[in-house]
Write a protein that binds this ligand. Sequence first.
Ligand code: SF4
Length: 483
Amino acid sequence: MNLAEKCGVFGAQVTNGEVFHMLYWGMLAQNHRGHQSHGFATWDGDIEVYTQLGLIPPNQGFGFDVKSLKGSVGIGNVRYATSGSLDLGARQRDAMPIRVNGEKRSVAISFNGNIVNVRDLQKRVGVDQSYSDTHALALLILQKLEETGSIEEAARACMGGIDGSFAVTGIVDDGTLFAFKDPIGVKPLCYGKSKGVHAFSSESVGLDINGIKWDHELSPGEFMAVEEEEVIRRQLVESQRRAFCAFEFAYFMRPDSRVKEKFVYQARVEFGRALAHIYAEKAKRCDVVVSLPETADDAAYGFHEEAGIPWERATRRHRYVTQRAFITDVEYRDSVIFRKVNILEPLIKGKRLAVVDDSIVRGDTTRATVKRLRAAGAREIHLFITYPRILGPCFYGIDMATYSQLIGARMTPEEIAVEVDADSVNYLTIEDYVKCTELTREQFCLGCMTNDYPTPMADSLAKEMWNKLKRGETEKGRIYEST
Ligand code: SF4
């Protein structure tokens, strides 16, 4: 399956020298979190911003005009747009980091998340609806910074009255680097340090690539700032509940990233083992395990170990086809899927396949994959899906906005199997999924699996959308933006 995260963030301060190379590598390691635009901001007495559409070029000397990005403090971003207008001009304007200037102060932020009550926030800070939620959040931070003179107080103002998810890195016009997470901690954001370096990254791979030692995952509601040599760490709110996005484990994060002590690949191997254990009878019917590259590879390995049947690498990715299908429009999505993965017919022909995949969202990727496996001569196709059945939309930055677009909200696993032309569809249960991560159910957002959302506005919007669907009315995409 192909899904899209909204964004990846990074920020660093170095005691001696220039920070830009760290921002570059920190973001390149997280390019999978956003392909639509990328950008950097550095501070060298003033804040300079560079943004560009598309992926970060894999060669830092090529296609970049970043000579002005000097300084020892900076932030970076890769973005998928799920908020604001989606036309070209808007995507250029909304590329991050976003710098906003007030009468006395200025600030730049890099943001990962989604603000559910964005219209309220836009009204409150006086910004047009066509702008992204990041603009509104940046203006709120700026207003509070001008009022109080404290970036900590500005971050505190974001902790109340905002329904949604946010993980933020930023720089203030005095050279302070800061980072904070929403009160329920939906998105990942970690802190690392090494001699002369402090850094924040959505995923730990952004630290690893720079040789920075991972220190901790920020708690929900935690604020940190680095002012010259001083590191400030504050718990701005005591969270009533935690709601880390469960999808991060199955799909978004790189397998070599970590959530607290657990590496993502370890959880994925366990997902595969659990699937093979729960569906042992079906697994026994199969001749080979096949995975959809690359997010299901670790799970396929676990499945193969538990079931004792060979894992054939019968699907190969075209290395430089990087577009993620989930975020693209329907017509384009099919061609992206076709171009991304090649099928090795000799490993498929006449075989009964256990196909391990990370998720089924709309069903079109799965249908296209099954079609290609059948065309390559597969005798039977049993799908084993690591992410439990998706029953509801996401309001926190993942582009699955309505019930009607989700095949799992409309059909049972048996009906989905018929719809996508598979012999069976077998999901991991929520309980087993959570167990494999070694976190507890109370630490996760499981909204898209349970229809029980961790914030009040998302919860009531979900109910409203579901009732609309039952009445036969059309749901609006990204409905949370139209309220
Ligand atoms: S609703 Fe699903 S995709 Fe969205 S944050 Fe919660 S677990 Fe993640």
